[in-house]
Design a protein around this ligand. Sequence first.
Ligand SMILES: [Zn+2]
Length: 91
Amino acid sequence: MTTASLPDERTRWRCAHCGNLTRFDVTRTTRVREFWHLSMGGAPSIDEREVLEEVVEQVSCRWCGAVDRVELVSRPEFGGPDGEGPGDGGP
Ligand SMILES: [Zn+2]
């Protein structure tokens, strides 16, 4: 199992193979603590959710299916790509 990094406020994912910037399949495991608020009738709603642990197991490209080519790049306002140019796999 390889772990991938989540983007932060300055970065985003990019598929180095096809250039996709916007569509990814993300497999992740999260452990959460939730505040379940139940009505007197027993219907639950979750009022608070705290992520205790999160592991991104795999990020794959929705377009070309590459699983090991998704990289972190800067967002456009920090000098990263602002369009989906072709990657090294061609257009
Ligand atoms: Zn791709």
